[in-house]
Design a protein around this ligand. Structure first.
Ligand SMILES: [Cu+2]
Length: 543
């Protein structure tokens, strides 16, 4: 206890000195001596108290502007208030009767901390020793999930009209041939006259060219072998899972970009592993290449990794007969190891290339930067899961050709134009469902918004794990959904580059009112959905 209490005294005295000096407007350098009295052994007080030049200048400028604004006393009042706060905070550790270390009163650290003197952010090794462990090497007892991933060049076809672009994807080695078969079929369809969708199935159902979505459970050991199979001259690649503690298998060193062992050169492969600690939060994480990020990621080299509840297994959502395990995919069923089973849908909002990039149409011409029929910017350049269904350049263009006019009010209509090419998650009424939302691009923000009245989810799903409303409608409508105080419930959520969100929709498929039908979702930036960023959640009432 003695050792725990000592630094409180140090901190208190030092803060008092800093506050007093700040009030007087004297350069903080003079506080150094007084703060060192009595604790010459502490390295934490060996600091430079001198305010940087720009901070002094800013203070002076503030006083001048306040005076010009008719409130010359304002700065002094602010200083006085600041002094009160500092006094209060100096007393705080003693009042609270606790000391959690030098971070205890961290709220004030930057008050005058610009530049060299914010030494308070340092840890005190005498009372909270800093431990550097070996990272996330897997214990021998952890169940292993092995993923053999290749980075490849591939033509990505955006829709049934065969708009496409030469891109890049991650793919499981076991699916390489299927990806090439789809690519070839699309290529051959482009050479044909008339409408031929090639290998493109609406709604990204049973498709192999899709962002790589892989999973493991809390407590699992993930092993990833990444092979660089990019065309010659394409350069290096990496696979960085955000929020993971992946290490290079051979050395145990962190697989961060600063570690060159995390980079895989052409025709080479690298092996990595991540021990997902059992306490790791369930949810989706984006991954992409940190090597040549700007070139490769915006052209498709991204995916996601989902940490599932402990003991879960993953099953193919499509097909008939006995259930078959799913090794990857954006639409799967999760047999939950610790709670209700659920359907999982992973939606990737992303741009195609940077803002100057333009995909090609089936004839190899650039798509327009601005849609001549709808005025949307970058048609085909706003995508979900490598797919884009722009209103104008294809569907309404045909309408225009046939009938001499185009009707934008029908832009979303499956009756008029058939099902859209982007994602159509599918489920049965009452099925619990979780949407994992990922931003795969790196250009602009998107705003995920589903339609349907009661489509909403908690902004912080983990805050209400004890009230899993997402799984409560399996036996019928929920007429009076519980009101929660621990988190907002929202029906639109903004997502930025590399961000990932978990949406646990209240009452699951068909929502609390338990209705079958198509529930539209899109990026709510109008130019983005008109440019192609939309899909449906299709809920059936019968098998
Ligand atoms: Cu958007």
């Amino acid at each position: 206890m003695f050792f725990q209490k000592l630094p409180v005294c140090v901190l208190t005295r030092m803060l008092g000195a800093m506050a007093a000096v700040a009030l007087l407007g004297v350069p903080l350098a003079s506080a150094e001596n007084s703060s060192q009295v009595g604790q010459p052994s502490s390295q934490h007080v060996a600091m430079n108290h001198q305010l940087p030049g720009w901070a002094e200048k800013l203070k002076g400028q503030t006083i001048v502007e306040d005076t010009m604004g008719g409130k010359p006393e304002r700065s002094a009042m602010v200083e006085q208030q600041h002094q009160r706060i500092m006094d209060h905070m100096a007393q705080d550790p003693q009042v609270q009767g606790i000391n959690t270390g030098m971070y205890n009163t961290s709220a004030m650290m930057h008050q005058y901390g610009a530049g060299g003197q914010d030494m308070l952010l340092a840890s005190d090794p005498r009372m909270e020793p800093v431990a550097l462990t070996g990272g996330g090497k897997c214990p021998a007892t952890a169940p292993v999930k092995q993923y053999n991933v290749s980075a490849i060049n591939v033509e990505i076809t955006l829709n049934q009209w065969l708009d496409f672009y030469p891109g890049y994807i991650y793919v499981l080695d076991e699916n390489l041939d299927k990806v090439r078969a789809e690519e070839t079929k699309n290529k051959e369809a482009r050479d044909k006259e008339g409408f031929d969708p090639g290998a493109i199935i609406p709604g990204v159902q049973a498709q192999w060219i899709q962002p790589l979505t892989i999973r493991a459970n809390q407590g699992d050991c993930v092993k990833i072998k990444l092979s660089n199979k990019l065309e010659e001259g394409s350069g290096s690649v990496s696979l960085h899972i955000h929020g993971s503690s992946m290490v290079v298998s051979a050395t145990g060193a962190s697989a961060t970009t600063t570690n060159t062992d995390s980079i895989v050169e052409e025709k080479k492969s690298g092996e990595f592993e991540w021990y997902i600690h059992p306490n790791t939060q369930e949810g989706v994480r984006q991954f992409h290449t940190y090597s040549q990020d700007r070139e490769l990621t915006v052209m498709g080299m991204f995916g996601s990794f989902i940490v599932e509840p402990r003991g879960s297994s993953y099953w193919e959502a499509l097909g008939s007969g006995d259930a078959t395990p799913a090794s990857s995919g954006w639409q799967v069923m999760i047999k939950n190891g610790t709670g209700p089973d659920f359907r999982e849908f992973v939606l990737y909002y992303h741009e195609v290339g940077d803002e100057a990039f333009r995909p090609l149409n089936k004839k190899g011409d650039f798509l327009p930067q601005r849609d001549p029929l709808t005025d949307a910017y970058r048609p085909g350049g706003r995508a979900i899961n490598y797919r884009s269904e722009p209103f104008g350049i294809n569907n309404m263009h045909v309408q225009h050709e046939y009938f001499g006019f185009e009707d934008e009010s029908m832009g979303y209509s499956s009756y008029t134009f058939g099902d859209p090419s982007p994602t159509i998650p599918r489920s049965y009424i009452g099925d619990p469902a979780k949407f994992r939302l990922v931003h795969g691009g790196s250009e602009v923000f998107h705003s995920h918004h589903p339609h349907g009245g009661t489509i909403r989810w908690p902004r912080s799903p983990r805050a209400i794990d004890d009230m899993n409303l997402w799984a409560t409608a399996v036996n019928g409508p929920v007429k009076y959904p519980v009101i929660r105080a621990k988190t907002d419930r929202v029906d639109v959520e903004v997502i930025g580059p590399s961000e990932a969100l978990d949406l646990e929709t209240e009452c699951g498929s068909g929502l609390c009112q338990q209705l079958a039908g198509d529930f539209l979702f899109h990026c709510h930036v109008a130019h983005h959905y008109v440019a192609g960023m939309w899909g449906y959640w299709r809920v059936y009432n019968t098998i």
